[in-house]
Design a protein around this ligand. Structure first.
Ligand SMILES: Cc1ncc(C[n+]2csc(CCOP(=O)(O)OP(=O)(O)O)c2C)c(N)n1
Length: 361
């Protein structure tokens, strides 16, 4: 078991690819179909281009506040690849690559960050919940989904993401404690990107690793190089198999780095040393996967250029599609919360409509 071999208490972090894309543990190299690897790389490039475009759109006033994903592309993609289409993907707000793997239309992603609730109306079969801004609040929901799935004997796994900052929330404790007791089929992925806005990892917890927190909840965990797609893939595969066998949850700490600002409202230069950024830039998950693919003969420079061009074209088209959708109305505040509106909310909606048409002042 990887969770035994890489016991977080022993201070070992799982890594398959080093920062130059070389295999460091040949026995752990997963046998991934070349076409699947090519798709993974295309999605990572698409996420990078789409993410940079989102920041530009925000600066131009065409999109709301946005949390950049740059540098964290492997941490949600590996887990998405290692689980099935029928499994749930419960995200926080920095998991674009995993979403694209699941098949979320990029147009929807842009629409939701443009403040249009229609962007969060995902196709049912994707098994993706909307983004969750209240930090950590998606975790108890993820445990509830897993519990419901086992009650209905559906056999689905529920991947749930959060950041290092979220591990200090009560919701994190409540969710992981309940998951341990009920042995739910959850795989928790903490994207430890070293910062929670301006709070560094060292101020978040006195525990040497975030992974080891699972010990207190009675289930296994592992710290993984979160910029290594292959390591994230094999760690999640093992966790998913454990969950599918009915042996309960796993906590994966994806050790990564947020190369961008916290959101477009933030300026990380105010609290972060430039030297730290420079240290992490060469560990970029895209550079690493590209080098690996090239060494395996699965990619060349010409092919790479074509992938970037295709991504840029697709991003432009998706932005156009999102901007063609009529803007949100004030009614959306009421209509997107419940499948069936409860009576007190319908009353408020009626009141709001009368007010808007001047009938009630
Ligand atoms: C309950 C709650 N408290 C505070 C905030 C403001 N806030 C938004 S993101 C964030 C930091 C989250 O850090 P982390 O969980 O590490 O995720 P990251 O942003 O680094 O991906 C905070 C404090 C919030 N959205 N929700």
């Amino acid at each position: 078991m990887l969770t035994d071999d890489y016991n977080p208490h022993a201070g070992r972090m799982l890594q398959v690819l080093d920062q130059d894309g070389r295999i460091v543990e040949p026995s752990l190299e997963p046998d991934i179909d070349p076409e699947v690897l090519r798709k993974a790389y295309r999605i990572m490039v698409l996420a990078r281009v789409a993410d940079e475009k989102a920041v530009i759109l925000q600066r131009q006033g065409r999109l709301g506040a946005y949390p950049p994903n740059r540098g964290q592309e492997a941490a949600s993609l590996g887990p998405a690849m290692a689980t099935g289409q029928e499994d749930w993907f419960v995200w926080a707000f920095r998991e674009l690559t995993g979403l694209l793997w699941k098949g979320l239309p990029l147009k929807s992603y842009y629409l939701s960050w443009m403040g249009n609730e229609e962007g969060s109306r995902y196709p049912e079969e994707l098994k993706v919940t909307p983004s969750t801004i209240p930090v950590g609040s998606q975790l108890p929901i993820a445990v509830g989904i897993a519990y419901a799935s086992s009650y209905r004997q559906e056999g689905k796994i529920v991947l749930a993401f959060c950041g290092d900052g979220a591990t200090s929330e009560g919701d994190f404790h409540e969710a992981l404690n309940t998951a341990g007791v009920l042995k739910t089929a959850n795989v928790f992925v903490v994207q430890n990107n070293q910062w929670a806005i301006s709070v560094p990892r060292s101020r978040q917890t006195a525990a040497p690793t975030i992974a080891q927190k699972a010990c207190a909840y009675g289930f296994p965990s592992i710290q993984v190089d979160g910029n290594d797609l292959l390591a994230m893939y094999i760690a999640t595969k093992e966790a998913a198999e454990r969950a599918r066998r009915g042996d309960g949850p796993t906590l994966i700490e994806a050790y990564t780095y947020r190369l961008g600002d916290h959101t477009t409202s933030d300026d990380a230069k105010k609290y972060r040393e430039e030297a730290e950024l420079k240290e992490w830039e060469p560990r970029d998950p895209l550079i690493r996967l590209k080098a690996y693919m090239m060494s395996k003969g699965l990619l060349d420079e010409k092919g790479d250029e074509a992938i970037w061009n295709e991504a840029k074209e697709f991003v432009e088209k998706s932005v156009e599609q999102a901007e063609a959708v009529p803007g949100p109305t004030l009614d959306d505040v009421f209509v997107h919360t419940y499948a069936e509106m409860p009576p007190e909310l319908s009353e408020q909606l009626e009141k709001h409509r009368r007010f808007m048409t001047g009938g009630e002042r």
